[in-house]
Design a protein. Structure first.
Length: 521
């Protein structure tokens, strides 16, 4: 499913109306009815207040009010803004409401106390105030009305996007509604997934309003959600007459004198993700420690210096590198003086997918242009601080513009960028960005990134010829394993338990084959 910005959504709407021939009033009716269905299911018999603006988002709100009033619900309707500035379809909905003899009130300063009193007594408030078109700061009287939402004691459902949230960036435009549920129409918007907008939308549902697939083909849409139901059929098949060589051989190069746990987490995750063989290469000095922690890996001690891998380790790597389907580097590797040269040499040696994580990213940040020397596909897995180092900017700047930061870096260097966080983004060399909505706070623990690196290696070993799908599948498995652990406890779950949940995540994903997904967490 595509993720769109406000301009793309306007163009899709316009094409559907002008070229397909579906009137805007029909799209508005479909949108309103979709919200009504959700209200009837979740809040039967609730006292409802509908707050509508004068744009098409407000028109959606008036449709919602009419259908609820038709069904005999107790509904108060407040219209904010000048009737003379209403869009054609919004004004039409207001006239229909009048023709039905349903009452409504225009918000005025003199009526503010009455408005606030109704908000405080409502079981449910429908936010149909501003929609996706807002840019810059919210103007009066809308800012004042949004501040009034703080009086709401019941639930809030946002129509398309919470009022005051920029649909493209997720920024708060001065003040914003904080919803319990957001019902987005046709496509999710980027503001649903980017902080702080993601924190204001509550649960997200995407509803069909009859914009046909034909419309998509006329626009250069690139950004998408990673949906479980679309990837369920991409799980590698396990044939009954297969053997360990059928599912690839992954190499994980990791660890240092002071960090022996990270390589084990990555290796275990890779094996749990399904690769047939996994070799764990660590500095010679810690090999005896790592061997005690995992039984199923093949071990390889590499030349070291001062507790870190040395440049001499490149010689045995060069001799054996072609036997692996994927290579992952970085977890617990540490940062050493010649590490940048080591990474440079590996980039020129490695023709299979190369996953670069953790300390390897820190060393790479000394000269990201080394990526231009790569011989094969490269996947970077930075958290925001590591992304900031790679881009030579601040973490705050990365977080403020996650999507474009990842997109521009991926395009510039021709790499895949997995920018971790809530929500993890995957940027591709051709400039597309995918968002993974799965995960939980159980993943907010040390070692979770090492687990993701291992899952990536394990999946890519099996599907090395389909890098993009493999990365998406690995992100889903990681997020879903986090959700499984989160159901037990977001507090006490640790990285090794996420590894144990990978199998359950696989089975969960398999059950979604041939299903259709329209609801998202």
């Amino acid at each position: 499913m595509y993720v769109v910005n406000a301009q793309e959504m306007r163009e899709l709407d316009h094409f559907t109306i002008e070229q397909i021939g579906i009137p805007g009033s029909v799209l508005m009716e479909n949108a309103g009815v979709a919200v009504v269905r959700e209200i009837e299911t979740r809040w039967p018999g609730a006292r409802v207040v509908v707050v509508s603006g004068y744009g098409n988002n407000g028109g959606d709100g008036l449709v919602i009010a009419r259908h609820l009033l038709n069904a005999g619900w107790q509904v108060s309707v407040w219209v904010v803004g000048d009737e003379r500035k209403m869009t054609k379809d919004c004004l039409a909905q207001l006239r229909i409401l009048q023709s039905c003899s349903y009452s409504f009130s225009f918000w005025e300063e003199e009526k503010e106390e009455e408005f606030l009193e109704e908000l405080s007594q409502a079981d449910l408030v429908v936010d149909a105030l501003l929609g996706t078109g807002i840019k810059g700061s919210v103007r009066e009287p809308f800012a004042r009305v949004i501040e009034g939402f703080l009086k709401v004691k019941g639930s809030i459902i946002a129509v398309d996007i919470p009022s005051g949230i920029n649909a493209d960036t997720g920024e708060i435009c001065g003040v914003a509604v904080k919803a319990d549920l957001t019902l987005s129409f046709a496509y999710p918007k980027w503001g649903h997934f980017l902080y702080p907008g993601a924190q204001h939308r509550g649960e997200l549902i995407v509803a069909d309003i009859s914009i046909p697939p034909e419309a998509e083909g006329h626009f250069s849409l690139t950004d998408q959600m990673i949906l479980p139901c679309s990837l369920a059929d991409e799980i590698p098949t396990r044939h009954p007459f297969s053997h360990k060589g059928s599912y690839g051989h992954a190499l994980v190069i990791a660890g240092s004198r002071e960090m022996t746990g990270a390589p084990v987490l990555s290796a275990m995750a890779g094996l749990r993700a399904g690769c047939g063989l996994l070799t764990l290469a660590v500095p010679d000095g810690i090999l005896h420690i790592v061997e005690q922690k995992i039984n199923e890996a093949i071990f390889w001690g590499l030349p070291e210096e001062g507790g870190f891998l040395s440049l001499q380790s490149l010689h045995p790597l060069a001799e054996r590198i072609k036997k692996y389907q994927v290579i992952a580097i970085g977890p617990g590797m540490g940062v050493w003086q010649e590490g940048n040269k080591w990474i440079q040499s590996l980039l020129t040696l490695c023709e299979v997918p190369l996953i670069i994580d953790a300390d390897a990213l820190t060393m790479l940040s000394q000269n990201p242009d080394l990526l231009l020397q790569k011989k094969g596909p490269v996947i970077l897995t930075p958290h925001p601080a590591e992304m900031a180092r790679l881009c030579h900017c601040t973490t705050r700047e990365v977080e403020k513009n996650r999507r474009e930061t990842a997109r521009q870096f991926a395009r510039k260097y021709g790499v895949y960028v997995v920018l971790k966080g809530t929500y993890t983004l995957l940027a591709t060399p051709d400039g597309a960005v995918y968002v993974n909505t799965r995960g939980s706070a159980a993943l907010a623990k040390g070692g979770s990134g090492d687990v993701l690196t291992g899952i990536l290696a394990g999946v890519l070993a099996q599907k090395k010829d389909d890098v993009l799908t493999s990365i998406q599948l690995a992100l889903l498995l990681h997020g879903m394993a986090g959700e499984i652990c989160g159901k037990r406890s977001n507090y006490s779950s640790i990285a090794s338990e996420v590894i144990l949940a990978i199998g359950e995540a696989y089975e969960w994903l398999r059950t979604l084959a041939n299903s259709k997904c329209t609801n998202f967490p």
